[in-house]
Design a protein around this ligand. Sequence first.
Ligand code: SIN
Length: 279
Amino acid sequence: MHIDPVSPVIGAEVSGIDLAAPLSPESFQAIHDALMTHLVLFFRDQELSFEQHKALGRQFGDLHIHPAAPKDSEHPEILVVHGDATVTFVAGETWHSDVSCDTTPPLGSILRVEQVPTSGGDTLFASMYAAYEALSDHMQRLVSELTAMHDGRQYYVGRYGGGNLRDGAYPAAEHPAVRTHPVTGRPALYVNEGFTIGFKELKPAESQALLGFLVRHCAQPEFQCRFRWRRNSVAFWDNRCTQHHAIWDYYPQTRHGYRVTIKGDRPFFDPSREPSPAG
Ligand code: SIN
């Protein structure tokens, strides 16, 4: 297996591995460690059936079912990601960490894109370790003491009808605005444009001003990499320390893919935890 970083901050392209076959313990460890180091991994030419895709995800944890997954779906663990000339939205077209409005948001997501437009349809990924580290000490201290409120309504309303939601309601949750990564121990900013609506401890005007600042801060190009998809490319990202933004610049062309999402733990912040870069 060869691991080739695409930026010093985030992202690596991984070659020499067939994700359709069960991973050996050595390959599993190498992918796991590379994900902890590079936060998002990219693979090319991966032909995966739904069963192989789900089996790949299950090697990293139990699978998450999206709150708006169709109730009659044969594969509820597979989220269809689709854009074409007829749709009014595509999944992930704003900066977000997947389903951060869940009480236990997903650990990671594995997306395979099967059909790509002739150009465009790239995905941006950003390191929330880098975003946290770039704040001044004073701002780090302030944000570390805050509870961020996340609400699925602002993102899902008008996209996924409320009646289609599995639990009949938009998920909402409160999480620390800075979370400690459970494996690496590193602090990461956990506030995103898609789901975060404000901070519990602040007055509304303070909350909106800080949220606006943090959303702009997180979107700086220095924290990012950009992935150009080809047919059967796969991206595997860690939702605990990244955000991503799917660019919908290819209308009216079609882009089509499938995402498997891995369940995570309840976010926490532990300022006494010593980071261990390898995890
Ligand atoms: C998503 O899972 O948020 C969609 C990402 C993409 O389509 O690139």
